[in-house]
Design a protein around this ligand. Structure first.
Ligand SMILES: Cc1ncc(COP(=O)(O)O)c(C=O)c1O
Length: 451
């Protein structure tokens, strides 16, 4: 496609499409993707890019997987859809629920399927409240949420999200979502952070708190892994105070951190796990919430008519989506992708840590194939560049020019390439980020010579 044809396509896009997190300025030079193969995306003008964020942290098995298209076609050819509300079921959803229970945590027992990560978290909030409702604790409704958290774009998950730009224009936020006491945004949480949450639960009144929701490694908020004692302490806090622990594994689920599910790094079991994205590697939308035996049992034992779980979604347990997920997870097994994520992740983390000697690289964080590189004006004093310089977006742009697509959160450059990225592509990613830093940091210093 030549430039004139590309510009015409952009005009048509702008005429009738509103994109996620939309701004007209960003859309005017949008990349329009046409195809993908492995970790490489190609746009309509024939330009190739390494997909450094697995698109939106989700295309785990890489692009162009014909076997997933075939699994969808086969299922649609026999049963594309049928009512999955109570009283009905279908084979792929039964098989996938079994598989997810066995892959997640040993205390997990049952799955409710939804379509997106936001919906999965909505379901988790409703399940948590419903659990306490069944136990006669009607006041236990509040959800504790964390700073820098991203949990989705629906009204409840917007309230659960701890990144203020996502609230702008959408208030008032649901006041039953309670924010944890804040600390420095990008430092790893420690046992002290978990104990501060305990004090907060006590202040709120434990009889009013249903759950806390936490990403095992915070993703969109800047790739922030916790300290080793954070989740074990948080689990103890939840047990002491009678509060459910919801692990939002929408990004970390399915190998991203080098384990099937990420709280396994710290030997912690949540009460509810939410998943989405890599369950189908995004070939079709699918998500859900997995609940513990205790939560499941309470639902099974609930007396009718009042104890019926009245949450419903048309596409819950969609046979086509579940069939694609089963085939996708088969690829994980056949190609040992969780082990690959651990070893490729180590290569990525080691490579990026090599950038710490570059001017302006203040921090490199991550776990497995999730990484964040933080740029700072003064590394010793942990002082950022003025936000209006837009250092983070400039690093994104400099990487894009060199054929690497990813994104930033303030001056953090975030990476989460597909689990099938080659070692050579991982090295290329590191090289590109280095080149981008070497271009942008000196530019930023020239804008403010006193820094
Ligand atoms: C941790 C986490 N939870 C929830 C969501 C929301 O998922 P979705 O955009 O599919 O609604 C996201 C999206 O990136 C996420 O990163």
């Amino acid at each position: 496609m030549n430039d004139t044809e590309y510009r015409a396509l952009i005009e048509r896009d702008i005429a009738h499409l509103i994109h996620s997190q939309y701004s007209l300025r960003d859309q005017q030079n949008a990349i329009i993707f046409e195809k993908g193969e492995g970790a490489i995306l190609t746009d309509v003008r024939g330009r190739e890019y390494i997909d450094g964020l697995s698109s939106l942290w989700n295309v785990a098995v890489g692009h162009g997987r014909k076997e997933l298209a075939e699994a969808a076609a086969a299922q649609m050819g026999s049963l594309a859809f049928a009512n999955g509300y109570t009283g009905y079921s279908n084979l792929p959803s039964i098989q996938l629920a079994e598989k997810l229970v066995s892959l997640s945590y040993s205390n997990m027992d049952a799955v409710f399927f939804a379509n997106s990560g936001s919906e999965a978290n909505e379901v988790a909030f409703k399940l948590a409240r419903f659990h306490w409702h069944l136990k006669g604790k009607m006041e236990k409704v509040k959800i504790i949420t964390r700073r820098q958290a991203y949990h989705g774009g629906t009204l409840a998950t917007t309230a659960a999200t701890g990144l203020p730009p996502f609230w702008r224009g959408f208030g008032p936020l649901d006041p039953t979502f309670i924010r944890e006491p804040t600390n420095h945004p990008f430092t790893p949480c420690t046992a002290e952070c978990a104990l501060a949450i305990e004090e907060q639960i006590i202040r709120e009144g434990p009889d009013t708190v249903a759950a806390i929701i936490a990403e095992p490694v915070q993703g969109a908020g800047g790739v922030i892994p916790p300290g080793p004692d954070y989740f074990p302490t948080l689990r103890q806090v939840c047990d002491r105070q009678g509060v459910l622990l919801i692990a939002d594994e929408v990004i970390t689920g399915f190998g991203r951190t080098g384990r099937w599910f990420a709280l396994r790094h710290w030997d912690v079991q949540p009460d509810i796990v939410t998943f989405a994205k890599a369950v189908t590697s995004a070939y079709v939308p699918l998500s859900g919430a997995i609940v513990s035996r205790e939560i499941h049992q309470a639902i099974l034992d609930a007396p009718l008519p009042d104890g019926r779980f009245m949450h419903g979604m048309t596409n819950s347990g969609h046979p086509g989506a579940c069939a694609v997920a089963l085939r996708n997870l088969q690829i994980f097994d056949d190609e040992n992708l969780v082990e690959s994520a651990a070893s490729l992740g180590q290569r990525l983390q080691d490579g990026l840590r090599g950038l710490l000697s570059e001017d302006g690289v203040g921090d490199v964080r991550g776990l497995g194939l999730m990484a964040g590189v933080e740029i700072m004006a003064d590394v010793e004093k942990r002082k950022p560049f003025p936000i209006e310089l837009g250092v983070g977006p400039r690093v994104v742009a400099a990487c894009k020019e060199r054929g690497l697509i990813s994104r930033n959160l303030a001056d953090n450059y975030l990476l989460a390439p597909p689990l099938v990225t080659t070692p050579e592509q991982i090295d290329r990613i590191v090289d590109i980020v280095r080149e981008a830093v070497r271009e942008v940091v000196p530019w930023a210093r020239r804008q403010k010579p006193e820094m």
